[in-house]
Design a binder for this molecule. Sequence first.
Ligand SMILES: CC(C)(COP(=O)(O)OP(=O)(O)OC[C@H]1O[C@@H](n2cnc3c(N)ncnc32)[C@H](O)[C@@H]1OP(=O)(O)O)[C@@H](O)C(=O)NCCC(=O)NCCS
Length: 184
Amino acid sequence: MAASGQDRSLRDRLARRQVYIRGKDGKDYVLRPIQPSDAPSLIRGYDAMSERGKWFRMLHAVPHLTDDMAREFCAPDPQTECCVVIDGRDDLADEILGGARVAGLGQGKAAEFSVSLRPEARGLGLARQALETVIDVAREAGNTEVWGLIARQNTAMLKLAERVGFQNKRDLDDISLVRATIAL
Ligand SMILES: CC(C)(COP(=O)(O)OP(=O)(O)OC[C@H]1O[C@@H](n2cnc3c(N)ncnc32)[C@H](O)[C@@H]1OP(=O)(O)O)[C@@H](O)C(=O)NCCC(=O)NCCS
């Protein structure tokens, strides 16, 4: 008997474009796995971010994503990584709005998260839902924890992490960073 929607794994439903998230604008957005053809839009989305936003995302000075970086970013290893993106609508219908990623999937492991949204799509609750979704993917993969490093000045991300249920602690190796962890 064919598996019904709910019997399918979250990753399977994401791959079938069956996962929608609702923005505070009342609109539904498709959340799906990143794919190689997203590379040009990923570069445009990164270029739309402020230098501060780029620093907060990369924790290094990366003024621009090269084609190679974008290609690599758009081809995660399905065994150990999951990266979901949000399809744009209306003026940004040809773009991806951003998304969330976990790396280090596996039974009993701790996976590292990252998340970023184009400035035009922030404040709609989309980053929160994308991050919650990859946390659920990690939970489904048997991970015991999800963690990430956040710049101490990154108020938006520190608040988002708290909102999702992370514990934020000063990083002992680098006081300019905060280590956010959530037990699964
Ligand atoms: C951090 C980031 C992803 C948040 O995106 P966003 O779309 O604004 O987030 P959401 O709308 O999903 O916000 C969810 C929660 O985060 C908090 N939040 C988000 N932006 C905030 C801000 N500027 N100030 C205070 N709290 C904020 C709120 O608690 C919000 O909860 P709410 O639903 O009650 O409003 C976005 O600002 C970004 O891409 N920044 C640049 C890249 C970056 O810093 N990535 C993180 C690297 S670790």
